[in-house]
Design a protein. Structure first.
Lengths: 130, 456, 488
């Protein structure tokens, strides 16, 4: 059973987002990392780059797939997780903690409405399994 | 029927097992309206013996004595062992190494090829090859657009002395992705790219330089590379692998070296073979390896810690990434890579060095002798590797025709590619040409110049 | 052991040195000389010969094992073709030799163009694309050129079935299109209902193959063709599965406007461990003006037929050239020779026996308890077995079966393609395999199924008899080691 976290929001494309003081921290969920398999490389966005909601912002590569990560908010990249360069497997071992991927400074500080709650995301995963 | 081993008994047993009366029944899902008339334009089948006879007759019509054409395909001696080994069924009829445990021969060989080509070019990594030098350049352009994220304009600048067939191929391939290719005129006297020209270019993703150039000349690669980098562009080098045995490898050009290197691997143990199959090699800096298309072999270990080789970075390739792949390319030139690797191993540093020097020396000797004829001179001044442009007192086409009658193909008519160069002949000499061969060239040149002048 | 591990400074293949020709001084090259070593191995000729001969013995190959890779058509590569294509006057001929001295070669290519038109039912052929993927590129680029010539710039979308080979969408994107996938029905056909919903003025074309990648015949191909054509789009045929229909159906008759062929599949040219291939394209009248160059033409002359290259002058709307010369000449010669060896009658039999072999295998595997993905359909030249149940109940996957087959001396079938059938094996025996070979393979599958039930770990940790066991793919991708880096 894939782990979900209560304090987070989720996107239908399997990203998790933590909102704090106008900054969104983003990673991929436990469900996603399991489906992907062992992560071998993470291609992060560049610092200072701006993205709109839904833009392709990063790529996660495993042996069997290279998946795009979509920006859940509109904003500017203010930090990327540099530890992933040498240890991409952190995405597998700690997807919600040390495996975070990037942080965006949101152009609109209000939390977007179309994101999923914990329960809604858990339902989505269940549905996809079948 | 050739190659179909079924006896009548086999056929009957199999049909019974399936539960049909005839093979035709197996096609009953095909709508009757589209069932075709049989193939009838192919003549009745030949036996292997009669086929060989037919092909010998055809080949005999194409017999040619001596060939001095280069222009992207070069005639070097190929050690007998190379194709003896490459022709083994285990190399010839193997498939793509998707099941790594069943393909360690091919995989290790390609790893060794990647190593040799990257060392020869002075670069950090290489892929397992693409179709040919021209498409390798096209792929390099697409790669540069992907890798150079700082530059938004999809423009590639090429020196004007690059192989025109390569440029044409690139146009076909990159045009549909909105990439513009701009060519920079080269100096009329030297045939080289004046570094000052780079000051005038607009924002560009990459600059392409050929070393040697299509005309055989040698550009100021160090200075040009630094200027290209100063403009925020990537340096794409198109190189001849034989030349790199003695000339500066692109990985060492300027302060930081070239970013992407491509070229035609045919000179490394692959026969002229009427134009193919050849192999395009691609190398790059490690930092942008994930943008490089094509297959790549990596070294790893198995369950017991034993060294093994496998296809890696496949997530970028078409069969996984699909619409977002780095390229649609599915193939590498496996058989030709085997030939090139065995060739490089047998020749080694010293063997290849001597081939390069002997080729250069032969060209120098031929040039010196040809220039003694009235009206014949080197068209572009300056350094050259093993190819030169001879300026003639008659149209090159007429000379080629006259010398052809004597069983010598003296070179390429540059008038077919460049307006104003109708009197220019691109000539190549390799280590295969003996002193007697050069004599034959000169005799033919002398007499043909006379014949052609008289009839003009 | 790498060749570099055998390398010793100063060793060389003496017989290959041209030394006496190398000058001691070369003033012309001053300023251009390399200071570093070229970095090639330094071994004796025997060491090199032994090393690579030994490496070859580590490979599976058609010449050694049954190789039922679906969609790859691993049929026998006739040695006679290799020998004839290697005649010195073909092998030593420079690609830019004048036409006058190339009539033998050009005649072979001209006739091959003609044969391929007959086989596919198309109006014109270009032999230049160097692989299937390049053929696809040419085909889609021609579709684009066609619409642009008509000034119809709204057509920005290419449709592909969801089961399509990855090259199809990758090619469409390379040609500047966006891709939309069409679902496949549970019977394995492209969903006509779904297709009708999405075709329209944005549709440049539909790329598909018949039989499909699911190994079954697209029964509604005529309706599909009509639907796409009515919407103003063109129909592209991926020739990967041509072996299934040679002599029975022609893509031209099915309504396709453009196609590519894979000579390294259907025409038995050698796979060479990954290449070279050859992907000629064929077109109907509408796309003839856009064919990639050069093409071989024929005209009359006092001496008889004269063959020559047609390029930009004669085909002004061509999409252009795709290679430095004219494609994989040596492969084209081998394909020509193959056609001459088979003759029309032989060609007309290929699909028959390929289909017989595939259906026989499907029936025998079903008898053993394996599940076909499309049990109610005829197998074409290939068919799919799904091991989803075995994976679920026994913990033994398609990958495991594939690896264990190697221990039984057979190369595995294609695995995990098409993507929409879980745990699948796509099996294509080809027509050149005898019943005995096939029976051996069936017996091996029976043994492995038994092992899967009784000793699953034997299968899940296979192979056991190769020089290596399963390799760490993750390590290969994480700790990139792509070139040997010991100091020179």
């Amino acid at each position: 059973m894939a782990e979900v976290r209560n304090n987070l929001k989720f996107a239908a494309t399997h990203e998790w987002i933590e909102f704090k003081d106008g900054v969104a921290t983003v990673g991929i969920t436990d469900y996603a990392q399991e489906a992907l398999g062992d992560v071998v490389f993470v291609e992060p966005p560049e610092l200072g780059q701006q993205f709109a909601v839904g833009d392709e912002i990063a790529v996660i590569e495993s042996v069997k797939a290279a998946s795009d990560i979509y920006s859940p908010v509109t904003g500017t990249v203010i930090a990327v997780n540099e530890a992933l360069e040498s240890d991409p497997e952190l995405v597998n071992s700690a997807p919600y903690d040390e495996g975070w991927i990037f942080k965006l400074e949101m152009s609109d500080p209000a939390t977007p409405e179309n994101l999923l709650s914990v329960e809604q995301y858990a339902e989505l995963c269940e549905a996809e399994e079948h | 029927m050739p190659f179909i081993p079924h006896t009548q008994d086999d056929e009957k047993t199999m049909l019974d097992a399936i539960g049909v009366a005839s093979i035709d029944e197996l096609f009953d899902e095909i709508p009757a309206s589209i069932v075709a008339d049989p193939i009838d334009q192919i003549p009745p089948g030949e036996s292997e013996m009669s086929m060989l006879r037919l092909m010998q007759e055809r080949a005999a019509r194409d017999h040619m004595g001596l060939c001095f054409i280069g222009a992207g395909a070069y005639e070097h001696h190929i050690p007998a062992a190379v194709w003896d080994i490459v022709g083994r069924g285990e190399f010839l009829t193997a498939y793509t190494p998707y099941q790594a445990e069943a393909s360690q021969g091919t995989l290790q060989l390609i790893y060794e090829f990647q190593t040799m080509i990257s060392r020869l070019t002075g670069m950090e990594v290489a892929n397992a090859s693409v179709y040919d030098g021209a498409t390798a350049l096209a792929e390099a352009m697409l790669m540069a657009v992907r890798a150079n994220k700082k530059i938004k304009t999809k423009r590639i600048v090429c020196a004007g002395n690059i192989n025109p067939r390569y440029v044409a191929t690139c146009q076909t391939i990159v045009r549909n992705q909105g990439i513009e290719i701009q060519q920079l005129q080269c100096d009329a006297e030297s045939g080289l790219l004046n570094p000052d020209m780079l000051e005038t270019i607009d924002e560009t993703v990459a600059v392409v330089l050929s070393y040697p150039s299509f005309f055989g000349g040698l550009d100021e690669v160090d200075r040009l590379t630094d200027l290209v980098h100063a403009r925020g562009a990537l340096m794409i080098a198109v190189v001849n692998p034989t030349a790199l045995a003695i000339l500066k490898p692109p990985g060492e050009w300027g302060e930081n070296g070239a970013d992407i290197v491509v070229g035609e691997g045919q000179p490394l143990g692959i026969p002229l073979a009427s134009g193919g199959p050849y192999l395009g090699f691609m190398c790059c800096r490690q930092a942008i390896v994930r943008q490089m298309p094509g297959r790549i072999i990596g070294r790893t270990v198995d369950l017991q810690g034993k060294t093994g080789f496998t296809l890696t970075l496949q997530a970028r390739e078409q069969h996984i990434r699909r619409a977002k792949a780095t390229s649609n390319i599915c193939t590498n030139q496996g058989l030709l890579v085997a030939a090139a690797t065995i060739y490089m191993s047998i020749m080694g540093n010293e063997g290849l060095r001597q081939v390069a020097l002997a080729s250069h020396a032969g060209m120098a000797e031929l040039l010196q002798r040809a220039e003694q004829l009235a009206g014949v001179q080197q068209h572009f001044t300056g350094a050259y590797f093993h190819e030169c442009v001879l300026e003639l007192p008659v149209p090159a086409a007429a000379l080629i025709s006259a010398m052809g009658e004597q069983g010598v193909l003296p070179g390429l008519d540059l008038g077919e590619y460049f307006a104003g160069m109708e009197h220019c002949l691109l000539v190549n000499v390799t280590e295969k040409k003996t002193a007697a061969d050069l004599d034959r060239f000169m005799d033919g040149l002398k007499s043909s110049l006379q014949t052609v002048s008289q009839s003009c | 052991m790498l060749i570099y591990d055998r390398s010793r400074s100063g060793r060389t293949a003496q017989a290959q040195l041209v030394g006496h020709r190398a000058p001691s001084q070369y003033p012309v090259l001053e300023g251009h000389l390399r200071a570093s070593s070229p970095g090639l191995p330094e071994v004796s000729e025997l060491e090199a010969v032994r090393h690579y001969t030994n490496l070859s013995s580590l490979n599976f190959a058609i010449d050694r094992q049954f190789y039922p890779l679906g969609s790859c058509t691993m049929k026998y590569n006739p040695r006679g073709a290799h020998q004839a294509a290697s005649l010195p006057d073909f092998l030593d001929r420079h690609p830019l030799a004048p036409e006058k001295y190339s009539q033998g070669f050009l005649q072979c290519l001209y006739e091959l163009q003609h044969y391929l038109m007959d086989v596919t039912g198309m109006q014109a052929v270009s032999l230049t694309p160097m692989a299937g993927a390049q053929g696809e590129f040419a085909g889609v680029a021609m579709i684009r050129a066609y619409h642009e010539k008509r000034q119809d710039f709204a057509r920005t979308e290419i449709l592909v079935p969801e089961a399509a080979h990855g090259t199809n969408p990758a090619t469409a994107v390379m040609c500047g299109y966006t891709v939309r996938e069409i679902p496949v029905t549970s019977a394995g056909d492209v969903s006509l209902a779904e297709l009708v919903k999405v075709v329209g003025p944005n549709t440049a074309g539909l790329m598909m193959t018949n039989p499909s990648t699911c190994g079954v015949f697209e029964r509604q191909i005529q309706e599909i063709a009509a639907t796409v054509h009515e919407a103003g789009g063109l129909l592209y045929y991926d020739g990967a599965n041509l072996n299934a229909i040679l002599g029975k159906v022609k893509p031209g008759d099915m309504g396709f406007d453009v196609l590519h062929m894979n000579l390294h599949k259907t025409f038995a040219t050698p796979h060479g461990g990954g290449g070279p291939g050859s992907g000629p394209v064929g077109v109907g009248e509408r796309l003839k003006p856009f064919l990639p160059t050069p093409i071989v033409g024929k005209r009359n002359s006092p001496e008889g037929d004269y063959f020559y290259w047609q390029d930009a002058e004669e085909i002004p709307d061509s999409i252009g050239r795709l290679s430095a010369f004219m494609g994989n000449a040596g492969i084209l010669l081998r394909a020509y020779i193959y056609a001459r060896l088979l003759g029309a009658e032989g060609m007309n039999r290929v699909a028959q026996y390929a289909t017989l072999n595939a259906n026989y295998m499907a029936v025998e595997l079903t008898r053993l308890g394996f599940k076909l993905a499309y049990p109610d359909r005829r197998a074409t030249h290939e068919f799919i077995v799904s091991l989803a149940l075995e994976a679920k109940n026994l913990g033994v996957s398609a990958m495991d079966f594939a690896k264990r087959l190697l221990d039984y001396g057979h190369h595995a079938p294609t695995t995990y393609f098409p993507l929409l059938i879980p745990e699948c094996l796509l099996i294509e025996p080809t027509e050149t395999e005898s019943k005995s070979e096939i029976d051996d393979f069936i017996a091996a599958m029976a043994m492995i199924l038994k092992e899967a039930h009784e000793q699953p770990e034997l299968v899940t940790s296979a192979p056991h008899t190769m020089t290596v066991q399963r390799l760490d793919d993750v390590k290969a991708a994480r700790d990139l080691d792509l070139a040997y880096s010991r100091d020179l």
